[in-house]
Design a protein around this ligand. Sequence first.
Ligand SMILES: Cc1cc2nc3c(=O)[nH]c(=O)nc-3n(C[C@H](O)[C@H](O)[C@H](O)COP(=O)(O)O)c2cc1C
Length: 344
Amino acid sequence: MLPRYDIAQSYDWNYDHAPSQPPEVEVAPCAGRWSLCGLPLNSPLGVPAGPLLNSRWIAYYAALGFDTLTYKTVRSAYRASYEPPNLLPVGGAPLEDEGGSVRETQGAYDSWAISFGMPSKDPEVWREDIGVARRALRQGQVLVVSVVASPQPGWTVQDVAADFARCARWAADAGAQIVEPNFSCPNVCTAEADIFLDPAASGVIAAAVRDAVPELPISLKVGLFPNGERMRAMVDAVKPFVNAIAATNSITAKVRAVAGEPLFDDLRRGIGGAIITERCLAETKLLAAITRDAGLELISVGGVCTAADVRARLAAGAANVQVATAAMIQPHLALRIRQEALTA
Ligand SMILES: Cc1cc2nc3c(=O)[nH]c(=O)nc-3n(C[C@H](O)[C@H](O)[C@H](O)COP(=O)(O)O)c2cc1C
């Protein structure tokens, strides 16, 4: 049995108990030619920001057939994780929009509420560890580093942009091949949560990151847009500065316990897994047309669970397909998808 993230334990426990050695498994070659932002890839399969807490988790999933590996979001200063549960299994009707509700589930599950609050180790720790992660990758694999600002009271958009830019520069110096500013975090209530819904602020921050890392591609992580107009406005604002859009950073919902009482202080949480598959496919289809017009690549994230989901996202126009929840529940998932959908 392959090691897995233990959802009964804390973020720090899972950080410290990453698999010590990458497994030696045979990875089927992928038919076709793949790339992201001009970087050649062995396959279009990736893991988005989240599951890969450090270089040992990166090396582990890189050995299991994922070729775009994203280092979980880092900050310019230490930030503790929320208390467990950080991942709470949930079920219910498929989520079609923000603001729905889901119920805690017991037994088998394919979806969960995500509640970390974007923790970060000290910059000295992650800057060194990113170098280790990069050295663990093989040819045809790419290291993305997700970064976010940590706004303080009284900060202007320029201050937030400068903090994003500082993290991006550090990530680039440490070995990132793509930098991914995270413009959407459904589980934090402060100003870094919904930047993607503000085109003007998104443009200012994207420009600052571009200035900080002129040599690297930039992908922007965004959440679920309320409509096509908002999508287009944000893409128009950032297109001079970035290379790709990564969507969707989960769908938010309120979470109720099995017996019905509100959890997480009745605040929304991002939901990942099969419960968001259909909505995220629809979002990919809408965004594909807009990003294509803008000359940007699209990374499809959210609810990808099967080989059929991967095929559907590629057919919709995604250049890269990334899996968080399903890859954590089934670490061998990419091996199977490669056999079923992408074998050379
Ligand atoms: C354990 C976990 C931690 C996450 N942490 C981050 C994060 O730090 N930054 C980020 O941009 N997204 C984060 N996410 C969101 C994922 O990147 C992804 O957008 C979301 O889970 C939807 O994909 P899925 O349905 O495959 O899980 C996290 C997701 C999970 C499951």
